[in-house]
Design a binder for this molecule. Sequence first.
Ligand code: XIL
Length: 345
Amino acid sequence: MKFSGFSVSCTALLAVTGGEAAFPHTGTTPLRGEAERENILFGSGAINPAYLNDTLFSATLAQQFNSLSPENEMKWSLLEPTEGNYDWDTLDRLVEFAKENDMVVKGHGLISSCCNPDYVSNITDPTLLRAAMTRHFNAIMQRYNSTIDRWDVVTEALQSMGGGLNNNTFYQILGPGYIADAFRIARSAAPNAKLFLNENLVETLPGKRKELHDLVSGLIAAGVPIDGIALQMHETFVGPIPGVITQMVNSYRALGLQTTIAEMDVHTLNSTAQADIYGAVVNEALDAGITDISFWGFTDKHLYTWIPGAKPLMFDASYKPKSAFYATHTALADFIKRTRSDCFR
Ligand code: XIL
């Protein structure tokens, strides 16, 4: 995707970013229009390709976001339910949609604790398990080599509340080294792609934050090819303490790594608090230098929550923008105004 560059005239750029497509009606510029003025990725994850049949869903996604990633469709048991039989149609549809709408795609879920088929979970020989990972990664990453240039290679390596690595299929057979194995295999499969470790709750739990940093420092010291951290950022009633995002960005930058937000949403029944958290997180993230922010979906029509009654996303189930949308838009647009010099102020 080509983002609007500095060489484009002010008038031309305003024409691109100022217009508003017919649906949904937000009364603002689209989020992606603002983001693209500073080469920022503003995306939505949790895109189940079946949702694209809903034209209101597709219109909102294409209007507001310039990046997307699948929900579960790239997890092992969904993509390759029986050995060697891949459901490419589903992912191809997502990639085609992205191309048609000038969006980029992020790969998500190569290694996940969830959704591993028995033919993988039953492997007990480390060499055979690494071979299965290599075959699986090569098939996916090479198929989408020209379109997907960033991947969550491992998601949720650490236990939810911290205190060690998740005891998943890969850990059980390969030990803690499965993470390094996964990144090395991914780098060989897609040498030019950016590779991320995706983790939850580190913005909230100081102990887990340190644990992740120690883990990643160890990977770097061992020469493991990792490009960055993907913070999930599923927030609940209170957002992260101000300064924590900045501190994380700086600490990973010191290791030569990029920090991204991969799955943000806010699970609370209080819509004012929700909007405040959306705004505060986006504001601090952008100020700290994060240029890749994705949400875990955008409409409460298709939400994922563990808090009964919570509606965590920016648009309601009828695609009406919520306060969370406006808080996000304001944080983004204000950042763009602060950042740009010349005619855009
Ligand atoms: C979730 C999906 O949204 C659910 O449909 C599924 O039941 C469980 O997984 N972090 C991740 C995502 O990295 O893969 C998870 O997705 C949400 C938490």
